[in-house]
Write a protein that binds this ligand. Structure first.
Ligand SMILES: [Ca+2]
Ligand SMILES: [Ca+2]
Ligand SMILES: [Ca+2]
Ligand SMILES: [Ca+2]
Length: 278
């Protein structure tokens, strides 16, 4: 009897050991499967976020094409707007630019362009602000309301005869990084703080280094080499900083990867790459 009991007891512990091994195996398999699943979900989420941001760049491009067909040229990527009428005369470049879009613009009246209640501001627009101002028009109650069709005073906020906006801006993505009450616009990535960059080729006359270098130390993105011709040399470059919120350095960009672009550039979305630069 005593012998039988010992055998049974040994069988039980062998059986228990097997159960423990099986349990460990099951736990490992579950761990591996959930890691795979979680990784899959994460990369799917990233892919969705990239597609969403890229789709909005496409939509901005459509808006820019509509702007071009209305005004005959693309927006500039730098201009100074003067609320005090007398100040226009000191800025030949900005005055000439305004005349290209609105030949009958009345430079002789003071106007509140940024809508802050005074007519005393000098508003320096960079490419990010030009994208919002020229596509959105005037702002009212936090939204874009286009331009008045009054040829002498397109910056009026009154009247229903209007042109634009040329893009459906989402109001809660307007930002104002330099606090001049002229908005910039951020892309759809969650937590994005850096606005979408727009650089104009001035309809093929050439990108201005000064428009780019405050954001991209190596200037607009170039084809072929570090001294090559810009991508989209006849139109414009639209650049979303990507999930990392950093523009990077610009300069030579080769889709085949022969350049040496910085890590900060790699997740950028542009109108000359399909999806991320890398
Ligand atoms: Ca003002
Ligand atoms: Ca500004
Ligand atoms: Ca601003
Ligand atoms: Ca980036």
């Amino acid at each position: 009897m005593r012998c039988n009991e010992r055998i049974r007891s040994e069988q039980r512990s062998v059986r228990a050991a097997f159960t423990l091994i099986e349990l460990l195996v099951v736990i490992s398999i579950v761990a591996i499967l959930s890691a795979l699943l979680l990784g899959g979900i994460q990369s799917a989420t990233v892919a969705v976020a990239n597609t969403k941001a890229a789709n909005e760049l496409n939509s901005l491009s459509t808006g820019l094409a509509q702007f071009h067909s209305e005004f005959g040229m693309y927006p500039p990527s730098s201009i100074v707007l003067y609320e005090v009428a007398a100040n226009w005369s000191g800025d030949v470049r900005s005055t000439a630019l305004i005349r290209k879009y609105w030949p009958d613009f009345n430079f002789a009246v003071d106007r509140d362009i940024n809508g802050d209640g005074d007519k005393s501001d000098t508003l320096t627009l960079d490419g990010r602000e030009c994208l919002v101002f020229f596509l959105g028009g005037m702002s009212k109650n936090g939204g874009a309301i286009g331009f008045a069709k009054n040829p002498a005073n397109p910056f009026s906020r009154t009247g229903s005869n209007r042109v634009g906006p040329f893009h459906e801006f989402v109001n809660n993505r307007f930002v104002d990084t330099d606090s001049d009450k002229m908005s910039e616009y951020v892309d759809t990535y969650s937590g994005q703080t850096t606005p979408i960059l727009y650089l104009s080729s001035y309809d093929g006359r050439g990108y201005r280094a000064a428009d780019a270098t405050s954001f991209l130390s190596n200037g607009p993105y170039l084809q072929g080499s570090a001294t090559g011709t810009p991508w989209k040399s006849k139109t414009y470059q639209l650049i979303s900083p990507g999930q990392d919120t950093l523009y990077g350095t610009g300069g030579w960009y080769d889709p085949d990867g022969n350049d040496a672009i910085s890590d900060d550039d790699k997740d950028n979305l542009t109108n000359f790459s399909s999806g991320r630069l890398r």
